[in-house]
Design a protein around this ligand. Structure first.
Ligand code: NI
Length: 272
């Protein structure tokens, strides 16, 4: 074999190898995608099942679920330390709430409909709890610190519940708190609007006395279901069927009512 023939031979071998590897990758991805499709949980998309299973295979934490009715992976912790300012202008951290149960919502006061609805649901759940609500603090953490000053929050939270606490902070403090709860938020500018809106995930979090999230509630969960889950936690027991509870340390999302289709509410997102 001369030099030219030899290099052509090598090139052909390499081409075969590349094709073989590409085919292998496609095959593996196809099988993984198929497994995700078969193994997906109720209400979960194939993409979500895929990333969840991939995360499980790699021993990593999966991304926060955006669909309802999904059990978070084992060992996935939500919540934790934060450093913010309350609606009276006082600097607070998670230590100020230690020993208390919190119903936390991330939203903003300019929100036209989704946030007020969810905060109204929290208020109704508090009413539903009766005396047991004394151990629970409803909390709104703004994801729009630019506009939501302590004063703006003070005006707003009182409309929902007399004990609701509004929390704001610097953009960096808010970003850190949102990261701990895996809350998504982004500014949305629409040409026809003078003011911007915020796109944001819309879960209600039940936080335990240790500052860790015990349960998440999808948008439009019935206040009774939330109250039931809170009551289960307060009494140190498990929540009966229909409610959510910690199963082996994992957080269970309590499915809400059938969310209206198409507006992203069922995915725990709102553009509002
Ligand atoms: Ni909103």
């Amino acid at each position: 074999m001369d030099a030219a023939g030899h290099s052509a031979y090598v090139r052909r071998i390499m081409l075969h190898a590349v094709r073989f590897i590409a085919l292998g990758v496609i095959l593996v991805l196809g099988i993984a995608w198929g497994a995700a499709w078969v193994g997906r949980q109720e209400g979960e998309g194939v993409g979500e099942a895929f990333s969840r299973q991939a995360a499980w295979l790699l021993g990593q934490e999966a991304v926060a679920p955006s669909a309802g009715g999904v059990q978070l992976p084992q060992g996935m912790a939500l919540g934790g330390p934060f450093s913010l300012t309350d609606h009276t202008g006082r600097a607070v951290t998670e230590a100020d709430f230690a020993g208390r149960y919190l119903l936390v919502y991330f939203g903003f006061t300019y929100c036209p409909d989704v946030c007020p609805t969810e905060l109204g649901i929290i208020a109704s759940a508090m009413d539903e709890l009766g005396d047991e609500a004394d151990r629970v603090t409803p909390v709104l953490i703004t994801i729009d610190p630019e506009r939501d000053s302590a004063e703006a929050l003070a005006d707003y939270v009182g409309r929902f519940h007399p004990r609701m606490v509004g929390l704001t902070g610097t953009p960096a403090q808010i970003a850190a708190a949102a990261r701990a709860y895996r809350v998504f938020y982004a500014k949305v500018n629409r040409p026809e609007m003078t003011d911007y809106l915020m796109d944001h995930s819309s879960f209600i979090y039940l936080v335990g006395p240790d500052g860790r999230v015990r349960a998440l509630f999808r948008p439009q969960t019935a206040p009774e279901a939330i109250a039931q889950a809170v009551r289960g936690q307060l009494r140190g027991g498990r929540v009966s069927e229909g409610g959510g509870f910690r199963r082996g340390g994992a957080i269970v999302i309590i499915a809400g009512e059938a969310a209206p289709a198409g507006d992203g509410a069922g995915r725990g997102e709102s553009r509002s």
